[in-house]
Ligand binder design. Structure first.
Ligand code: SAH
Length: 253
């Protein structure tokens, strides 16, 4: 048991650092998205934005040649990605760096592929894909997943929950229009299946939070944090016909 009361942010980081991934997704969804991309070679450069601890980065490295740079604002996540790369013998071509998705440190027009799972909604879909477009080569690809509305009806409780979490959801058709507006040809969009949420994210996160409840002796912040996460799971269970994660693939034109 620890005496110090953790902050919300500390809990968030601690609950996520040991997870395979930090948001909904799966190997199957990644492989499905990869099928829509053009070929890469040993000189290709891929950026994985909002990479977290690099769960998807390692899967990308199994499939893609060339260099992969993961970027995330949390140094502890980036450190974990770099440790994973080393363990997998990938440190020569997979590297994590600390940075902001809204102010990319890459050379303009230098990237062959921008990959980003479950992160763009933190800065807004339009802001993200329009800023990122400038860093892609002509003919380069973008593959980005984020929570999106499936239906015209948008239950208030869901809208408020995501707004409080700092994310805004847009309808799938609107995001496709935004991509076209921002200099991409639309290639494909598909919704992630339920297992990406439950087995891929919610279940392992719940286990991690259970450990934190014990570690911090059920203190107020940990209880609040656990409650917030339960609410997110309950909303998904009750309203999943209205929203979900969608992978969008586009080609820079
Ligand atoms: N792509 C990973 C992590 C998704 S969680 C996965 O799918 O498992 C979202 C990630 O985006 C977090 O790691 C968070 O630190 C990062 N993030 C959020 N806002 C960011 C910003 N403005 N710049 C860089 N990273 C950001």
């Amino acid at each position: 048991m620890e005496n110090k009361q953790p902050t919300f942010l500390e809990l968030l980081l601690e609950a996520h650092i040991d997870l395979e991934r930090q948001g909904p997704g799966s190997r199957g969804a990644i492989e499905q998205a990869l099928k829509f991309l053009g070929p890469l070679d040993g000189s290709s450069v891929t950026a994985d934005l909002g990479c977290g601890t690099g769960g998807q980065t390692m899967i990308l490295a199994e499939h893609l040649p060339g260099t992969i740079v993961g970027l995330d604002m949390f140094p502890d996540f980036v450190k974990r990605l770099n440790e994973r790369a080393k363990t997998n013998g990938l440190e020569g071509r997979v590297k994590g760096i600390v940075g902001k998705m809204e102010a990319l440190p890459f050379v303009k027009g230098s990237l062959d592929l921008i990959w980003s799972e479950g992160a763009v909604d933190n800065i807004g879909f339009r802001e993200g894909v329009s800023h990122w477009r400038g860093f892609l080569k002509q003919g380069g690809y973008i593959a980005v997943s984020c929570p999106s509305w499936f239906t015209k009806e948008r239950p208030d409780v869901v809208e408020r929950f995501w707004a409080d979490a700092g994310s805004r959801l847009d309808p799938v058709e609107k995001n496709i229009e935004i991509m076209k507006d921002c200099g991409y040809a639309f290639v494909a969009a598909f919704a992630l299946p339920e297992e990406c949420w439950i087995e891929g994210y919610f279940s392992p996160r719940e286990k991690a939070i259970g450990k934190l409840i014990e570690k911090y002796d059920n203190c107020d912040t940990v209880r609040e944090y656990a409650e917030l996460n339960r609410k997110e799971v309950g909303l998904y269970r009750d309203y999943k016909q209205h929203y979900g994660y969608v992978f969008y693939i586009g080609k820079a034109v």
